[in-house]
Ligand binder design. Sequence first.
Ligand code: AP5
Ligand code: MG
Length: 186
Amino acid sequence: MGIVFIGPPGSGKGTQAVRLSQHLDVPHLSTGDMLRAARDEHTEIGNSVHDFLVSGRLVPDPVMLELIGGRLKEADCVGGCVLDGFPRTLAQAEALDEFLSTHVGPLDVAIVLVVDEEELVTRLAGRQRADDQPDVIRRRLKVYKQQVDPIAEHYEEKGILRNVDGIGTPDEVYQRIQVSLQGVER
Ligand code: AP5
Ligand code: MG
């Protein structure tokens, strides 16, 4: 089962992806978490992405493809995975399609968590991550808006896009995700 979570910063991608990956018993791959871990461990990739993370800009596609490609090749991903925060550009989406078609099988569903800006800002204000400063949040939101339409269209054309209302309690949102997956699980 291959699922991707798309959504603006603070929309609940991580919160919901963790739950769904546990339910499906497949790994949860958050590219944000992977980048922050690489940065904290001072790996070569980690050192190269520091400035992108602090400013809220996208890490260049070649770096992302190296990072996620390596992880997807690991044995635990053979039965699928729940991706959170990847793809974020059309080039990443196309590269993911190509990788999955040769290694795992096509993606099953792309879930877009829909949350209005006021709610996002409230949620992120209650968190302490280094990139949750107001100016960086604005940048992350802007980047998301610039990138999301081509990715959503890409998955819409494949018939696997699901827009899910991300407002409400985490339990309520998770219920909606489960409804959106009915008939898809394999
Ligand atoms: P990333 O780590 O993916 O951050 P993001 O997209 O900005 O999203 P967040 O992790 O802040 O939010 P989320 O949607 O996961 O929500 P969460 O569940 O945490 O990326 C960070 C950076 O890495 C990017 O800016 C970029 O530089 C780089 N990067 C990552 N992937 C990349 C890629 N593919 N290509 C290039 N660069 C990449 O929830 C947020 C808060 O709200 C939490 O406090 C949570 O407890 C709370 N919450 C969750 N659900 C609810 C709810 N229903 N009601 C109330 N509160 C809730
Ligand atoms: Mg997250």
